[in-house]
Design a protein around this ligand. Structure first.
Ligand code: SF4
Ligand code: SF4
Length: 274
């Protein structure tokens, strides 16, 4: 079972389009495919394949700190430990937890010498499964609106998808990541066999491509470049970045009105990359 990511530092370069087109390619080769939408803050792969998200198959839970004031000695150790600056403490007052900044990492309840912080379970997202064809499933992770740190939702979605893929005997698991190089993207990329880094021939596309290729290198995930809308900008901007990281441009996708129409009508599976 091959694990492949469609990623890209910059938003709007066509990662989801490429993920669906890759799925279409593999399906044409009679492979079993699981497409996993890991862009959990705004998943849209279901729209591109003409589906709806109805009842979640699984709820995703995280743990967040809850203070027991009777045990707290106001020592401030939890405040110094929190990497996210999610704990505020005024002099001689109890610490206050700022939920919007908390990642649920658990460091504060581990370091508290008086066991004054307890983890409290909360729903942070949902997972949906759509059977598109006999040999093709879409798994969608969706974070709870306003959740600041969505990496754990990606992690759980991926964990579920890999188990599901093994049960179904899938040949390929395709992870469509969020844009950027932050925690949710790292969670999706970890342990992949290959990452297609989707970019566009613009200065911003070239800059963000450098960031995502650097991340793939650090995570030891082999990378290839897919240049989308290749005829709309200046391709020469991409070549030095590809050369710097020793990564080849696997495919150039020219602008296509037909592809844009298929995208907007949820019929991307009728197309393929090749
Ligand atoms: S580490 Fe524990 S005892 Fe110290 S301020 Fe934080 S919650 Fe209170
Ligand atoms: S769980 Fe982690 S991020 Fe949240 S308050 Fe505790 S140390 Fe900070």
């Amino acid at each position: 079972m091959k694990k492949i990511a469609a990623t890209g530092g910059k938003g709007g370069t066509g990662k989801s389009t490429v993920a669906v087109l890759l799925a279409a390619d593999f399906l044409k080769q009679n492979k079993k495919v699981i497409l996993v939408d890991c862009d959990v803050e705004c998943p849209n792969d279901y729209l591109l394949v003409g589906e709806k998200l109805t009842t979640p198959i699984k709820k995703v839970y995280g743990e967040f700190p809850e203070l027991d004031k009777k045990k707290c000695k106001k020592c401030g150790l939890c405040v110094k430990t929190c990497r996210e600056n999610a704990i505020f403490q005024a002099p001689d007052k109890y610490p206050l937890f700022i939920k919007e900044l908390c990642s649920g990492c658990g460091a504060c309840w581990l370091v508290c010498p008086h066991k004054a912080i307890k983890p409290k379970k909360e729903k942070i997202g949902e997972i949906f499964v759509n059977k598109i064809k006999n040999n093709f499933y879409l798994i969608t992770g969706m974070a709870r609106p306003t959740l600041e740190e969505t990496g754990p939702v990606v992690f759980k979605t991926k964990e579920f998808a890999l188990r599901f893929a093994e049960q179904k005997g899938a040949d390929f698991v395709l992870f469509d990541t969020a844009a950027g190089t932050h925690c949710p993207v790292i969670s999706a990329l970890l342990d992949c066999d290959l990452a297609y880094c989707v970019t566009e021939p613009t200065p911003m596309g070239a800059y963000d491509l450098g960031l995502i290729l650097d991340l793939c290198k650090k995570l030891k995930v082999p990378a290839k470049i897919i240049l989308n809308q290749a005829d709309l900008g200046d391709k020469k901007k991409i070549h030095p970045v590809a050369k710097k990281f020793g990564v080849e441009i696997e495919k150039e996708i020219p602008y296509s009105r037909k592809l844009v129409e298929a995208y907007s009508k949820g019929r991307l599976l009728d197309f393929s990359l090749n």
